[in-house]
Design a protein around this ligand. Structure first.
Ligand SMILES: Cc1cc2nc3c(=O)[nH]c(=O)nc-3n(C[C@H](O)[C@H](O)[C@H](O)COP(=O)(O)O)c2cc1C
Length: 362
């Protein structure tokens, strides 16, 4: 195992290299203004992370259309009004020495009407009284992802991370369970993957050769099929369409429970693919220096830090100082998070996560 290897730089196919192997996972914190502009709390949070020693910092899931919103006070990138705040965030990350990426998000069928969201299901019947979006609407949302990426570039971000996980729109379209369309975006695997592929290709074309594109993929739930996702990933790797794949596992040690790959780790199903120049990382309970180091031995190029980065914003610096560093254990008291500089808005968001904030703690 090689904790010191976590501090070796990592080149990417486009743009500058990561200074080390730590990437901050996207973390929704529900502290933006109601119209999606970054608030002072967003800035404070990003500044803390920016100085935490990460090779790359991803923002929280950020709406590419106002109708694609899932969470109250979600950060937005669907309007030029969002640019000043985003530019400030990009600058803060860059000043801290890390690369930056905006996570591009559309909630699809789970867009929340109470927040102005317009559910955009792949199929009829998934949302009561709501028809599947038309082919033209799919293309409009695809273009919104691309426009949002341009805006991220204009704001000074090094790249974007395309949210293809957790049943949100791109993951929804990939799923044979949620997508029963008859147009070119449904049916065969190639058709169900088309939305994702067109978003990635469109961003590359619009943003040019220096811009970094990550893709987040989850495997569990939403009717997603591991074998299919592996096949799409193999094509994306083979064509070197992205700079990095971010595997959104909830436990990086998770085993495959059924099918062709039963008995292997989910991670190995992807690390054994020929990834050419594309980099691969995983999230999922990386709560110690040793576990992060082990994952390099398991074939990852980098690791994504989620909850451990909320508990200790400078996780990479802690690991640099102590190769046996272990994250504080969950749940924590609200006061602990307050002392770490989290806003009440963020703490309230975390109260919604099972086992994050100790029940009844103030
Ligand atoms: C508070 C919180 C907010 C999250 N927000 C997002 C998000 O905006 N986008 C996303 O793709 N994943 C999100 N996730 C998932 C994390 O990025 C990460 O994949 C997951 O927490 C597993 O990593 P961990 O075990 O290191 O926390 C969130 C997780 C937490 C705990």
């Amino acid at each position: 195992m090689s904790v010191s290897d976590l501090f070796k730089p990592l080149t990417l196919l486009h743009g500058p290299a990561m200074r080390n192997r730590f990437m901050l996972a996207p973390l929704t914190n529900q502290q933006s203004e109601y119209d999606g502009r970054a608030s002072e709390y967003d800035q404070l949070w990003i500044e803390q992370l920016a100085n935490g020693g990460y090779g790359l910092v991803q923002t929280c899931a950020t709406t590419v259309e106002s109708g694609g919103i899932a969470f109250a006070r979600q950060l937005g990138i669907h309007s030029d009004a969002h640019l000043p705040g985003l530019s400030k965030m990009a600058k803060a990350i860059s000043n801290g020495g890390g690369l930056s990426a905006v996570q591009l998000h559309h909630a699809g069928h789970r867009a929340n009407p109470q927040l102005g969201g317009i559910p955009a299901p792949a199929s009829n019947g998934v949302v009561p009284d709501t028809n599947a979006i038309t082919t033209e609407e799919v293309e409009r949302i695809r273009d919104s992802f691309i426009t949002a990426a341009k805006r991220a570039q204009l704001a000074g971000f090094d790249g974007v991370a395309v949210h293809g996980a957790f049943g949100w729109i791109l993951s929804e379209f990939m799923s044979p369970y949620l997508n029963n369309r008859k147009d070119k975006y449904g049916g065969s695997l190639q058709n169900r993957a088309r939305f994702t592929i067109e978003v990635i290709e469109g961003i590359r074309k619009a943003c040019g050769p220096d811009f970094q594109i990550g893709w987040r993929l989850s495997i569990e739930r939403y009717g997603l099929r591991l074998e299919e996702l592996r096949e799409v990933t193999a094509e994306i790797f083979d064509r070197e369409m992205i700079d990095y794949l971010d595997l959104a596992l909830w436990d990086s040690a998770q085993m495959v429970q059924e099918g062709k790959f039963q008995g292997k780790t989910m991670l190995s199903v992807f690390t054994e693919l020929n990834r050419k120049g594309v980099r691969l990382g995983t999230a999922g309970k990386i709560m110690s220096a040793q576990r992060a180091g082990e994952l390099l031995d398991e074939g990852c190029d980098f690791v994504l830090i989620g909850r451990a980065g909320i508990l200790q914003q400078d996780f990479p610096l802690q690991v640099a100082a102590n190769p046996f560093y272990e994250s504080p254990k969950l749940p924590v008291k609200a006061e602990y998070l307050r002392q770490r500089g989290l806003s009440e808005r963020f703490i309230n968001h975390l109260r919604g996560w099972q086992t994050f904030v100790a029940p009844g703690s103030f």
